[in-house]
Design a protein around this ligand. Structure first.
Ligand code: ATP
Length: 251
C-alpha cells in the first residue's frame, strides 16, 4: 500500500504512514536497517503514550523553542530516521530559530551522509552541514564522534532527535545544552538532556516550530522564563506515569 492509498479514517493511518516513510527511507539509502528497529521501539512507546502529544511534552516543546531562540549557535542534528520522517519540518524548524542543520549518523558512511544531505536540500534546505567531518565529540571513538567544527562542535544548543545514549552524554560533557526528542522516557539520551521531549518526531518537530513562531517577538526575559521554568524530571515522570498507569480501554 502506498502512502497515498492509506485511508484517513483507517484507525492506524498515522502510524502506517510513518512506517511507509521509514520503509521508503531504507529503499532510498537514507535510513539504516537499524533505523527500522529504532522505529519499532518508538512505535511501541508511542502506542503506550496514546499516540498524542502529552501536555508535559507540549511544555517541553515550548521550552525548547525558547531555548533555541535564545541560543547563539543552535544546530538541529539529523539522522536517517529524522530525514525520512520529517525532512520539510526539520528545514522549517531550522528557519524559524535560525539554526544550522547537520547530518549526524551513528553508522556514518559517505553514501548515506550524501543521500541525506541531498534529500534535505530537495526539501528546501539551503546549507547542510556534517559532510566535512572536521570536528569531533571528545570521548567517543572516531566514527561515532565525527562532527563539523563549525557545526555541532561549535554549537551552544543542539536538537538531537533519537540520539544514542553515549553520544548524548558526550555532548553534555562538552557543555552543550541538549534538546532530545525520544519516545522512551527511560532511555539514557532524554535523561541527560536539559530539555527531554517525550513525543514522536512526527509531532514534535512541527510543534517546536509552532511555539517558536508564537514566541518570535517575545522579549528575552520571557524566553528565559519559559526555558528556565521547565522541569525535565517532572516531564520525564509525567510520561512514565502515563505509560505505567494508562488504560487501553480509555483510548
Ligand atoms: P539509549 O542508548 O539512549 O538507551 P536506545 O538503545 O534505546 O538508546 P535505539 O534502540 O537506537 O536506542 O532506539 C532509538 C530510540 O529512538 C528509542 O528510544 C525509541 O523510543 C526512539 N524513537 C524511535 N522512533 C522515534 C520517533 N519517531 N520519535 C521519537 N522517538 C523515536
Amino acid at each position: 500500500m502506498a502512502d497515498t492509498e492509506i485511508p484517513d479514517d483507517h484507525p492506524r493511518s498515522a502510524s502506517l504512514r510513518t512506517r511507509h516513510r521509514i520503509e521508503a527511507g531504507v529503499e532510498k539509502g537514507i535510513t539504516s536497517k537499524q533505523g527500522l528497529i529504532a522505529q519499532g521501539r518508538g512505535e511501541a512507546f508511542d502506542y503506550l503514550l496514546g499516540e498524542r502529544t502529552l501536555p508535559s511534552a507540549d511544555e517541553a516543546e515550548r521550552a525548547a523553542a525558547a531555548r533555541l531562540l535564545l541560543a547563539d549557535h543552535p544546530v538541529v542534528s539529523v539522522n536517517g530516521n529524522v530525514a525520512a520522517l520529517v525532512p520539510e519540518e526539520t528545514v522549517e524548524l531550522a528557519e524559524a530559530v535560525d539554526a544550522d542543520i547537520e547530518v549526524n549518523l551513528f553508522n556514518r558512511t559517505d553514501e548515506r551522509m550524501t543521500a541525506i544531505a541531498d534529500h534535505l536540500r530537495a526539501h528546501g534546505a539551503e546549507e547542510v552541514k556534517g559532510l566535512s567531518g572536521d570536528g569531533e565529540i571528545p570521548g567517543l571513538e572516531h566514527a561515532r564522534g565525527t562532527v563539523d567544527a563549525d557545526g555541532i562542535e561549535a554549537a551552544d544548543v543542539v536538537v538531537v532527535p533519537l540520539e544514542d545514549g553515549d553520544r548524548a552524554e558526550a555532548l553534555g560533557a562538552m557543555g552543550k545544552t541538549e534538546i532530545v526528542i525520544d519516545l522512551n522516557p527511560a532511555s539514557r539520551s532524554p535523561r541527560v538532556a536539559e530539555i527531554p521531549i517525550i513525543d514522536n518526531v512526527v509531532r514534535a518537530v512541527s510543534n517546536v516550530t509552532a511555539h517558536a513562531n508564537d514566541l518570535a517577538d517575545a522579549p528575552r526575559e520571557e524566553l528565559r522564563y519559559v526555558a528556565d521554568s521547565f522541569d525535565a524530571d517532572e516531564a520525564l515522570a509525567a510520561a512514565e506515569t502515563v505509560i505505567r498507569d494508562g488504560s487501553f480501554a480509555d483510548e
